[in-house]
Write a protein that binds this ligand. Structure first.
Ligand code: CO8
Length: 258
């Protein structure tokens, strides 16, 4: 498929999706979200790919949902179109790890998209915010829930109620991002993380992701039960035998993703 609003490339075993609507600071319109979902599903189905990086430009990861596209929508239209649900949650259905490499603005839906990814790597110029309150709305793609779980109630309340942006240093201190790197290192560092993940056993990577994500959805008791089931099931894979044999034999494992 030919894309107009994203760039798609493969670097080693990592699929890279670059949001590419520079004139609108990567505002997340319907077309862009459709293309992003398509590209994510393509990489998820490609056995040569072990991890996916989603990134934007130096100025903006994404400055939010497209306000100009949204402004005249009516309540019945957004309700019956399942606005958000239909196109915005594709990233949550991807089994391979998705790394958000964020430089510049990650605002509103942009911040929410980054938080839907499995981890956020931030450039030192990154700015995160949920400024929807300035527009007479509230976050609509999970921001009030995921931001609060990531950084806690007081900080999330302050950001969502006042539209204050958080810089990269504060975002790292508040546990919103995994790490902050200089802008020039953002993509190389994200690729390094992706390549490391891609070199590991596919089933253990997918199950590790599933187990960590379950921590956001369930009780501690149920989460630990799920973890144990997944842990046990990995003993049915050849990769577990190979990984442990390689350790015992002091050699590198040759994972076959099965
Ligand atoms: N939507 C549409 N266009 C945008 C958006 C946006 N979110 N952000 C920037 N643009 C456009 C501007 O209109 C401008 O276009 P033009 O040149 O045609 O006037 C161009 O991008 C450049 O922007 P600026 O001139 O404003 O650039 P500055 O560097 O001066 O400012 C800012 C950068 C601070 C990022 C500023 O552009 C801004 O405040 N943008 C809006 C941020 C915002 O409010 N985001 C939240 C949007 S609401 C939302 O995300 C709800 C999510 C709900 C779930 C998703 C449902 C789909």
């Amino acid at each position: 498929m030919a894309y107009e609003m994203i760039l798609v490339e493969i670097q080693g075993r990592v699929g890279v999706i670059t949001l590419n609507r520079p004139k609108a600071l990567n505002a997340l319109c319907d077309q862009l979200m459709g293309e992003l979902g398509e590209a994510l599903r393509g990489f998820d189905a490609d056995p040569a790919i072990g991890a996916i990086v989603v990134t934007g430009s130096e100025k903006a990861f994404a400055a939010g949902a497209d306000i100009k596209e949204m402004k005249d929508r009516t309540y019945p239209a957004v309700y019956f179109d399942d606005f958000i649900g239909k196109r915005w949650e594709d990233v949550l259905r991807i089994q391979k790890p998705v790394i958000a490499a964020v430089a510049g603005f990650a605002l509103g839906g942009g911040c929410e998209l980054a938080m839907m990814c499995d981890m956020i790597l931030a450039a030192d110029n990154a700015k995160f915010g949920q400024p929807e309150i300035n527009l007479g709305i509230i976050p609509g793609a999970g921001g009030s829930q995921r931001l609060t779980r990531a950084i806690g109630k007081s900080k999330a309340m302050e950001m969502i109620l006042t539209a204050r942006m958080m810089d990269a240093t504060e975002a790292e201190r508040a546990n919103l991002v995994a790490r902050v790197v200089p802008l020039a290192d953002l993509l190389p560092e994200a690729l390094k993380i992706g390549e490391k993940i891609a070199s590991l056993s596919g089933p253990s990577v997918a199950m590790a992701k599933e187990a960590v994500n379950a921590a956001f959805e369930t009780t501690l008791h149920e989460g630990v039960r799920l973890e144990r089931r997944l842990f046990h099931s990995l003993f049915a894979t050849a990769d577990q035998k190979e990984g442990m044999a390689a350790f015992a034999e002091k050699r590198k494992p040759d994972f076959r993703h099965g």
